[in-house]
Write a protein that binds this ligand. Structure first.
Ligand code: T46
Length: 134
């Protein structure tokens, strides 16, 4: 999980800032889907699942939120509050997003189309799958 945080190049001039994200360049996978989370209500936590195969890059393009990543051995919390910062989430990583600011817009780039069968939404099942259920 050490290589989770990415810093993207910013092209800045007197008009403002621009960040370009490209498949297999700044993003370490081919992007097949983009979605975003916004208008968060009462900062209710989200996530609480892992993906069997999906890889994703989370970019907080406005506001801030916190993300806990858990590989079954260690948990690490990340604060996303810069639009040129990305949090890479590999397959088989449990994630929990919380402490959303009211203005938070969380952009997510995903390596595949939406597939509910790719989700592991039960934590015990996740631990079993990663082989760390003592
Ligand atoms: C993830 C975190 C970071 C779709 O129909 N298509 C989609 O592409 C997505 C992402 C979701 N959905 C449906 C599935 C649920 O009925 O939208 C509803 C909300 O999804 P979910 O409860 O999974 O949302 P989060 O915020 O807990 O998790 C989402 C992604 O689902 C997940 O892949 O890693 O954001």
């Amino acid at each position: 999980m050490e290589k989770s945080l990415f810093k993207f190049s910013v092209i800045e001039d007197e008009r403002g800032a621009l960040v370009a994200l490209e498949s297999l360049k700044s993003i370490p996978f081919e992007i097949k889907r983009v979605y975003y989370i916004y208008n968060v209500k009462n900062s209710i936590p989200r996530g609480f699942h892992a993906h069997k195969n999906l890889q994703q890059m989370l970019v907080c393009v406005a506001g801030s939120c916190k993300v806990i990543l858990d590989n079954g051995k260690e948990k690490k919390e990340f604060i996303l509050n810069q639009p040129n910062q990305g949090l890479f989430i590999d397959k088989m990583i449990w994630r929990e997003m919380h402490d959303f600011s009211e203005d938070c817009i969380l952009l997510v780039l995903a390596s595949d189309y939406y597939d509910e069968d790719d989700y592991i939404r039960n934590y015990e099942e996740f631990l079993n799958e990663v082989g760390n259920n003592a």
